[in-house]
Design a protein around this ligand. Structure first.
Ligand code: NAD
Ligand code: LMR
Length: 325
């Protein structure tokens, strides 16, 4: 058995937390031989609910779980953690945009960024799930000055998986036959699911599907799927979000073996995206966990207009939280 890693999950008593904990605890994320110590953070008003969740984890008798810390104190929650899932924050309701949440949720990531900076392990890696996740990630990263910026990522994997799911469904093939999808930009309706290099059942997606569908119904379905789920379920996506968070951290941990994944990370100016904006690019992850933004991806005029639209939206969000970053 390997030595345990410490994994923080904020908002652990919430809807996503309720799926995520079990996927981390059963080895789906960091592998079947990797023990974990779970560090669970909640707000004081949710500690009793968290206690119930902890009872259930214990009752699940998960062999990889070597300890559980449950607390409402961010410094305790992040003490020595190697992996951090920042989920805890308010979800949007019907009729809201994700960016409407920034005033309520943004401040959470100031204190959590500072706490990570002070007490997390030197190898900490962070995924921000709480919305608006790109800008919340920016806030956390800017408040954690001693942690290398590339350790902070925001979750675009749900959008990536949604795009793959739509392509597979339309083609009538299992999703395992879809590869090379990439999401550009912000986890918002402006995102761009790009299939320029995607293949479906070994055939280029651009040959298999009409451009009218790819730039119309497909794009709209992926970009507005979160709102459609809220309308249908009366609650925001939870199991699929937890699954995407596991996929993201799994691939960051194990590497993508040359495969393309979508991750939002602080831009270093790639594709003209202003430095520092937390932007989703087509990425690969090496076996040591280094995330590489794939350079030289073909960017046509349509893609460029989408990149520009997302940059504008993220600059506006950054402006709105200027006092937090
Ligand atoms: P939820 O309301 O069910 O749970 C959120 C939990 O976070 C609650 O238990 C709450 O007490 C806790 N919380 C709030 N503030 C906190 C803080 N400061 N510290 C620790 N915990 C805190 O919501 P949910 O469905 O689990 O969604 C959580 C967030 O994830 C929302 O912002 C939602 O919009 C976002 N989300 C993002 C994606 C994505 O693709 N990036 C997908 C789905 C949901
Ligand atoms: C999603 O995409 O499902 C989440 O970001 C929740 C939301 O508000 O859409």
């Amino acid at each position: 058995m390997l030595p345990p890693i410490r994994v923080a999950i904020t908002g652990a008593a919430g809807n996503i937390g309720y799926s995520l904990l079990w996927r981390i605890a059963d080895g789906s994320c960091f592998g079947p031989d990797q023990p974990v110590i779970l560090h669970l953070l909640e707000v004081p008003g949710a500690l009793e609910r968290l206690e119930g969740v902890v009872m259930e984890v214990v009752d699940s008798a998960m062999p990889l779980v070597q300890g559980i810390v449950a607390t409402d104190n961010a410094r305790t929650a992040f003490d020595g953690v190697n992996q951090a899932f920042l989920v805890g924050s308010r979800p949007r309701g019907p009729g809201m945009n994700r960016s409407d949440l920034v005033a309520a949720n943004g401040p959470i990531f100031v204190g959590q960024g500072q706490a990570l900076n002070e007490v997390a392990a030197s190898d900490v890696r962070v995924i921000v799930v709480g919305n608006p996740c790109n800008t919340n990630c920016l806030i956390a990263q800017r408040n954690a000055r001693d942690i290398p910026p590339e350790r902070f990522t925001a979750m675009m994997r749900l959008d990536h998986n949604r795009a793959a799911g739509q392509l597979a469904q339309r083609a009538g093939v299992p999703v395992s036959q879809v590869s090379g999808v990439a999401i550009w930009g912000n986890h918002a309706d402006t995102m761009y699911p790009d299939v320029t290099r995607a293949t479906v059942g070994g055939v280029a997606a651009t040959e298999r599907f009409e451009q009218e569908w790819l730039r119309g119904a497909f794009l709209d379905t992926v970009a507005t799927r979160g709102a459609a789920i809220i309308k249908a379920r009366g609650a925001s996506s939870a199991a699929s979000a937890a699954s995407a968070a596991v996929d993201h951290m799994h691939d960051w941990w194990f590497g993508t073996n040359g495969g393309v994944v979508s991750m939002a990370l602080p831009s270093r100016g790639q594709y003209g995206v202003p430095e520092g904006l937390v932007f989703s690019f087509p990425c690969r992850v090496g076996s040591g966990g280094a995330v590489e933004v794939i350079e030289g991806w073909p960017v046509d005029a349509f893609c460029q207009s989408k990149i520009d639209q997302n940059v504008a939206a993220l600059l506006a969000e950054r402006e709105a939280v200027a006092d937090l970053v």
